[in-house]
Write a protein that binds this ligand. Sequence first.
Ligand code: PLP
Length: 444
Amino acid sequence: MDAHSKPNAPSLDSYWMPFTANRQFKAAPRMMASASGMHYTTTEGRRVLDGTAGLWCVNAGHGRRQIASAVERQLLDLDFAPSFQMGHPIAFEFAERLAEIAPGGADARLDRIFFTGSGSESVDTALKIAIAYQRSIGQGTRSRLIGRERGYHGVGFGGISVGGLVNNRRVFPQIPADHLRHTHDLSRNAYVKGQPEHGAELADDLERMVALHGAETIAACIVEPVAGSTGVLVPPKGYLERLRAICSKHGILLIFDEVITGFGRLGSSFATDHFGVTPDIITTAKGLTNGAIPMGAVFCSRMVHDALMHGPDGQIELFHGYTYSGHPAACAAGIATLDIYRDEGLLTRAAALEADWADAIHALKGLPNVIDIRTIGLIAGIELASRDGAIGKRAYDVFVDCFEKGLLIRVTGDIIALSPPLIIEPAQIGEIVSMLGDALQRAA
Ligand code: PLP
């Protein structure tokens, strides 16, 4: 008997699942019951190797007692306190700890931090801060936002407006935004380890947007340094540098959405450090608390922050915030997570594993239907040829097959994305490649 058909198992009817084919799932559910280290255990008692750090978030691995204990202590000391016109020390402590690792160098550190509850909230917060900043420096006509095709910035109205995924956009109205072309180009950049050679010139799209709309209408440009959710798109060499230069030239704020790349995914604290290009604002979530408690954080430069710290005495500088901004339990989880990252060297571990990871994953080249493999840090994208008239079906079959054999992967369209916890051992990289390779062989 399946666990979900046991006498006391809950009915599957009431829970409306997010980003899920509800009817398909409920006909054949996949249920996780527990997790520890690199593994989940399903409700049937099967172990599943986590090839995706949950959803790009469990960077320090599962079941970290240190995080659980910190959250428990905090909930018993102070479970909640309002953060509007009130404070609690742990939120200031966590912000200070984040400021210590914030990128940007001594002179331009992005060390002013606004807390949110998720990646989507971080993105909408960053976009609002950018528009408020422009207004505060006398650039009130700048409200247009620039995103990128195949960008994913969560599901708020701001995020879907700058995002570039048609399914997230077509049903909903949006705020004024335009989009750079994406940088994915298999004809020039297939099977690359690290940054592809070709495509820096695509950043010049931003000049076209300036010519089309007028710089005086554009507040900010937001991109993921490495696009994750839309299939692992690594920026071509020189691309981010060029985007930075064009933004600076035209007074446009540059926002890096580091919800996936933040906290060690590329082998440094942030992608900003990895690529050596510093934006004005960074959005984060996920690895911020190791996925244990929902939370996001927006890192702002002092230039952005200080421009808003004006106005009459007692005036609220930014009319924005969430009931759960700086939630004590989330801050406790975040501080414990940072301790683990520091003590176990996890923010740089992906750099040490990167070469072996890339070699292992690229060995899947040549398997049936594989048309591209790309890797950077501890991320991999494996692109499959789509079946005629059935985009996404082949990768979905591989996903289900892998899950049944004991490996969790993630698929978007016909692209498989891998992003294991940063605690992964070399032997487990081998297990991922072997299980995935077998599934690819079986997927006709
Ligand atoms: N931004 C990026 C780059 C993401 O990858 C995600 C989620 O995958 C989000 C924003 C949204 O985060 P959340 O699902 O926590 O709202």
